[in-house]
Design a protein around this ligand. Structure first.
Ligand code: GUN
Ligand code: ZN
Length: 435
């Protein structure tokens, strides 16, 4: 049996609920814990003195002496084709799309190029401790083939889709309502449910889709229960004004998507900064999620996300890097910016809630709570070891922490890719920092 087993010893932390609702009952922490894995899944996570007597006698225990073992990060919104354009100077959303994004995305007509970037992108996710992501492709179906082929080879749990975009974009990046429908359908049939891969119907955002295309997106969701809906929502004030002009019949931005039947517990809307109360209520009632992308919101000058308001309404929220509007693949860096955004709004984001959002909260936003995001028995063993001694300064600073709260806050604020010592996918090492 021990061939398929692993035992990792260190500090263990995972969430079983949202700290904003459940308080201290939301997390499980074992200062000296063992994570017992079997056939790529969690068998048991508990105090070492409880697990040790149960382990097979021949099973070697791997020690992570100054590390924190947590579930892999979940990135609920990211664009793999924008990997090469992170940190593009001087513009806000609509001009940024025209100036930088569309020209770069045109390169993905070439599937070989797509494969090259997909491999680099996934390397970068794993180096940063992200094991599941909800991913935009480009309008080209082959961009999604390239991504899924790479993710399949690495045995990752990933969700992705081809962009649907039939207007207000350069001709070389536009499909038509019918072509977008047919290409998306073929990709769903090819990829949805293959190994750990799932498909997301991906209209870019309301301004670049006609009503006819949004209706086709709704038709795809009805014809293929279980596929996701992934798009952008209310990120930038000029964008919101434009949507109101383009869709005068809709009562607010989210209503454009609602009328097309795009709201469900498998719908994820990136940003959602500028929303009215009715929109928040519809997100909540429909079980839809918001992907909060703090580094992107700061970089593109989009606005300050009202986390408290959405949480009070019961809207599910996950964390997204939004590469390449976002500036870091690191979910820890992203949490550091999330904290600062809430500071500017006069609110606090405590480190337990932050780490919840990046793990179980992300899994819930993606309707994957039964599979990933915690160390409950039976969960898929995607996890990371965070090294509290990753840099001389981090070692010094964490030595001065008196509580777990403080240590986690220091990690959230100072941590980046250097902290990710090891990333495991289905119980196998997928990245070692020092290899
Ligand atoms: N809205 C429409 N397309 C995009 C995109 O590529 N990035 C971001 N951040 N917002 C968008
Ligand atoms: Zn985005």
């Amino acid at each position: 049996m021990s061939d398929t087993c692993k035992a990792l010893r260190g500090q263990l932390l995972y969430f079983v609920d949202d700290p904003a609702q459940a308080g201290e009952a939301a997390w499980r922490y074992h200062a000296d814990g063992i994570l017992w894995l079997e056939q790529g899944h969690v068998r048991l996570a508990d105090d070492a003195d409880k697990v040790l007597p149960q382990l097979p006698a021949d099973l070697e225990v791997e020690h992570y002496a100054h590390h924190l073992l947590i579930p892999g990060f979940v990135d609920t919104h990211i664009h793999y084709p924008q990997t090469e354009m992170v940190a593009a100077y001087g513009t806000q959303l609509l001009e940024w799309l025209e100036t930088y994004t569309f020209p770069v995305e045109s390169k993905f007509a070439d599937e070989t190029y797509g494969r090259e970037i997909a491999a680099r992108f996934i390397d970068e996710l794993l180096r940063n401790g992200t094991t599941t992501a909800l991913v935009f492709g480009t309008v080209h179906p082959q961009s999604v083939d390239a991504f899924f082929e790479e993710a399949k080879q690495r045995r990752l749990r990933m969700i992705a889709g081809k962009v649907m975009m039939d207007r207000n974009a350069p001709d070389y990046l536009c499909d038509t309502p019918e072509q977008g429908y047919r290409d998306s359908k073929a990709l769903i049939e090819r990829w949805h449910g293959v190994d750990r891969l799932q498909y997301a119907v991906t209209p870019r955002f309301a301004p670049t889709s006609s009503n006819a295309q949004l209706d086709y997106a709704g038709q795809l969701l009805r014809e293929h229960p279980g596929v996701y809906l992934h798009t952008h929502l209310a990120e930038n004030t000029s964008e919101c004004t434009w949507v109101a002009e383009l869709f005068p019949e809709s009562s607010h931005y989210l209503d454009v998507y609602d009328r097309a039947g795009l709201l469900s517990r498998r719908s994820v809307f990136a940003h959602g900064i500028h929303l009215c109360d009715d929109a928040c209520d519809r997100l909540s009632e429909s079980g839809s999620a918001i992907a909060h992308c703090p580094t992107s919101n700061l970089f593109l000058g989009s606005g300050l996300f009202p986390l408290d308001r959405l949480s009070e309404k019961g809207v599910k929220v996950g964390i997204g890097t939004d590469i390449g509007g976002g500036t870091s693949f690191s979910i820890l860096q992203t949490l550091a910016d999330a904290y600062k955004i809430q500071q500017l709004r006069g609110h606090k984001l405590d480190p337990f809630r932050a780490l919840y959002l990046a793990t179980l909260g992300g899994a819930r936003a993606l309707d994957l709570e039964q599979r990933i995001g915690s160390f409950l028995p039976g969960r898929e063993a995607d996890l990371i070891a965070l090294d509290l001694h990753a840099t001389p300064f981090l070692k010094f600073r964490t030595a001065h922490c008196k509580t777990l709260f403080e240590t986690l806050f220091v990690l959230n604020t100072l941590g980046d890719d250097r902290v990710i010592d090891t990333t495991w996918v289905l119980g196998e090492v997928a990245h070692r920092r020092d290899a």
